[in-house]
Design a protein around this ligand. Structure first.
Ligand code: DQA
Length: 144
């Protein structure tokens, strides 16, 4: 079975998972979630690259770099940029592979402004409310 390559991109403030509003986002750090996701996928032949940035331009550059690579899919939690960033939407629209947008929380149960997802217009799949399983489920959605 050929190895399937995935990238997981995380936007602003997700570096503080574990301490950031744990009642909404849980108590696991991004590193804990990355390790757990890898462990849950141990029987699948997958390689996962993780990236996090608080800076919009860095996220755009990372998406552009990944677009030159042979990925099975890109999983992205754009965090607050989901609600604001046309630049990230435009970069995602140029990817030659599917994009899966994930959110740990169900944003529809939260403030009204979180219901608008500018970046999701470039996504094949959008998943919300799965907490720390979001990245695992996002990858699995592209292995079916
Ligand atoms: C989030 C939801 C966003 O509204 C918020 O700005 C985040 C995290 C989530 O994973 O639930 O930073 O993307």
């Amino acid at each position: 079975m050929a190895t399937k390559r995935f990238a997981v991109i995380n936007g602003p403030n997700l570096n503080l998972l574990g301490t950031r509003e744990p009642e909404i986002y849980g108590s696991k750090t991004l590193d804990d979630i990355a390790k757990e996701t890898q462990e849950k996928l141990k029987d699948q032949n997958v390689e996962i690259e993780w990236f996090q940035s608080n800076i919009e331009g860095e996220l755009v550059e990372k998406i552009q770099q990944l677009s030159t690579q042979d990925l099975t899919a890109l999983i992205i939690n754009p965090a607050a940029y989901s609600h604001t960033s046309i630049a990230i939407l435009d970069a995602l629209k140029m990817t030659p592979f599917p994009v899966v947008e994930v959110h740990l929380s169900n944003t529809h149960l939260r403030e009204e402004f979180r219901s608008t997802k500018i970046t999701a217009k470039a996504s094949t799949v959008v998943m919300e409310g799965l907490g720390s399983h979001a990245y695992y489920m996002g990858i699995m959605s592209q292995l079916l």
